[in-house]
Design a protein. Structure first.
Length: 92
């Protein structure tokens, strides 16, 4: 980050961030570095929350599907549907 700022501000001036650099540029570099850390931390936190939410949804959907499959089996049994029968055989 500092190298980019140095290259942008030091072209032609000959100053570096190590020696007689402009304090405003140093402060800006520090602010940008801190912002970069903050954004990275926020991204990790949001990513973690999204992953957790997706895992929770996946578990809920699996449970719902299993429940629906059990209900379907129970309905097929109650109605007497042969799930292994060929659908074309029902017209005969």
């Amino acid at each position: 980050m500092r190298d980019s700022l140095e290259a942008a501000s030091g072209s032609g001036s000959g100053s570096t961030l190590d020696g007689d650099a402009d304090p405003d540029i140093e402060a800006l570099a520090d602010d940008l570095t801190e912002l970069q850390r903050t954004v990275a931390e926020a991204f990790r936190a949001v990513t973690s929350e999204v992953e957790s939410d997706l895992e929770s949804l996946q578990a809920t959907f699996r449970a719902d599907i299993e429940s629906l499959e059990r209900r379907l089996d129970a309905l097929e049994t109650a109605v007497g549907v042969d799930t292994d029968a060929d659908p074309d055989d029902s017209s005969a």
